[in-house]
Design a protein around this ligand. Sequence first.
Ligand code: 5GP
Length: 175
Amino acid sequence: MPDMPVLDHILFSQEQLKTRIAELGRQISTDYKGKQPLFVGILRGSIMFYADLLREISIDCNMDFMCLSSYSGTSSTGEVRTMLDLRESIKGRHVVIVEDIVDTGLTLDYLTKNLQHRGAASIEFCCLLDKPANRKIEIHPKYVGFQIENEFVIGYGLDYDELYRNLPYIGVFKK
Ligand code: 5GP
């Protein structure tokens, strides 16, 4: 256990993340064979997950990004905003949105509404973590790495006030 005063305990080690992400990559590559999916990474929290997941994708695909904001400290502001939009049109594309964690569901709901009129052939969500206990909007991502308890987690792209994104594992934040 590293000397990290803000960390209660490690939830997923680098090895656990790698193994599960490889499984997700294999599953998505099978499901989207021949469809050349567009993987949309939601910045900034999904950065590590996105980079590792895409290395496990064995079919032709494209990459794009959106930057959203909604969190402040350990609680959601409830208001989701687009800070950076997609570069390419998604018309006719099979889109896989890659997100770090689904908590209240407000972000995925915002994305669904924001993207549904842009003419994509399909839109699915791939979330590394799912915190179903805190849901405000019923939403079920098609691909989920791990389900977790209602705890605030940091590391592997996830921050607390813009810190700790660089940790190579996921840990529970000490209150
Ligand atoms: P939702 O809109 O589903 O409530 O939350 C989605 C966003 O909230 C995530 O993309 C993430 O940025 C942030 N979030 C939710 N739970 C956590 C958490 O436990 N830790 C961190 N660092 N961010 C979280």
